[in-house]
Design a protein around this ligand. Structure first.
Ligand code: ZN
Ligand code: ZN
Length: 365
């Protein structure tokens, strides 16, 4: 099959032939119909996280089940599915208490060392990324990494449910537990931030303040439910600007969706007493935050939480968001700037790096 292969850190994607194995045990083979370009893939492309190459990236995929392993029970051939990069065993105490995103045995969905690699090229293993590797014509994965969705949702929208939507909306709804009447600020209005904005709107927040340096993104944030916007490059004192909007000394929840030290610290400073800062941006390993635990955290009873995948229970939440989309209550249409072919992946990422678009999505015929 054709796949966009990354052979080394810093290189471009190259379209090559990659072999994909047949499903065994609980595995499912999927014909990929769409895969979103997420910033996390380009982080792996540009920075050395020690991730083994060659690899096929891509983790925001949707498609059709074409073949199932002998032990598969949750999907059938012909089902429309969304890929989920949350590896969970389904049996450990975290999974059985409803927190699969904190599974203690995520390796349960991977192949063991004595089994052949799911992906290979000329007989050599190609590393699968996020149990999916969606920048390819097919995906072979464990059934736990797939969620069946309604056939009404176009694939180029459904794929976004696998990462951008659950991470952003899930942080507001699940992790922060935004309640009706709360105030929320979202710093960074890319694909993830816009979904944090709409998660806060779905949860019933009173004021949702979108913060970004680009006016195009702030205008887009309004389409996702932002009640107020701040261009942080145009205000002298962000803390004062937020306080003026809320009429208090800050927001109940601040969601940081960029991944920088300065904006992570801002997320803490714009909180009111008892508030929570949620860090969901891919912040560089080794970064240290300058926060005073006594005067800032203790006296104001603040919390800082790192969030992975919006504390999402994929089987429950992805099908929920799919339903909200078909009811017109979740905006996916305005997330997709452009659909492209697999061959255009490098150009697609260039546009994302410029920061003007939320998402480009690869579609397959
Ligand atoms: Zn588990
Ligand atoms: Zn992603």
């Amino acid at each position: 099959m054709k796949a966009a292969v990354l052979n080394a850190v810093g290189e471009k994607f190259i379209i090559e032939d990659v072999d994909i194995d047949d499903p065994i045990e609980n595995e499912v083979l999927v014909d990929v119909k769409a895969c979103g370009l997420c910033h996390s893939d380009s982080h792996i492309q540009e920075n050395d996280f020690g991730f083994p190459m060659p690899t096929v990236l891509g983790h925001e995929a949707a498609g059709v089940v074409t073949k199932v392993g002998p032990e598969v029970t949750t999907v059938e051939v012909g089902d429309h599915v969304v890929g989920s990069l949350i590896d969970f065993c389904g049996r450990c105490p975290r999974c059985t208490s409803g927190r699969p995103w904190q599974c203690v045995n995520p390796a349960a969905v991977a192949r063991t060392a004595d089994q052949p690699s799911r992906l290979s090229r000329n007989g050599e293993a190609v590393t699968q990324f996020s149990s999916l590797s969606g920048f390819a014509e097919q995906i072979l994965t464990h059934e736990n990494n797939l969620v069946k969705v309604n056939k009404d949702i176009p694939f180029d929208k459904a794929c976004l449910l696998g990462c951008g939507v659950i991470t952003g909306a899930g942080t507001a709804i699940n992790t922060a537990g935004v309640k009706v009447g709360d105030t929320v600020a979202v710093i960074g209005c890319g694909g993830i931030g816009l979904n944090a904005v709409q998660g806060a709107a779905i949860a019933g927040a009173r004021r949702i303040i979108a913060i970004d340096l680009q006016n195009e993104k702030l205008a887009l944030a309004k389409k996702f439910g932002a009640t107020d916007t701040i261009n942080s490059g145009e205000v002298e004192d962000l803390v004062a600007a937020v306080a003026e909007i809320t009429g208090t000394n800050g927001v109940d929840h601040a969601i940081e969706a960029i991944g920088l030290k300065a904006t992570a610290e801002q997320a803490v400073r714009i909180l009111r007493e008892g508030g929570g800062a949620y860090l969901i941006g891919m912040i560089k390993p080794g970064t240290r935050l300058d926060v005073d635990p006594f005067t800032e955290l203790l006296m104001n009873q603040l919390r800082i939480q790192g969030v992975k995948m919006g504390s999402t229970n994929p089987q429950q939440d992805i099908s929920l968001y799919a339903e909200l989309y078909t009811q017109g209550r979740l905006n996916l249409d305005d997330l997709v700037a452009r659909t492209i072919s697999l061959d255009e992946i490098n150009e697609g990422y260039e546009e994302l790096r410029d920061g003007k678009v939320a998402r480009n999505v690869i579609v397959f015929d």
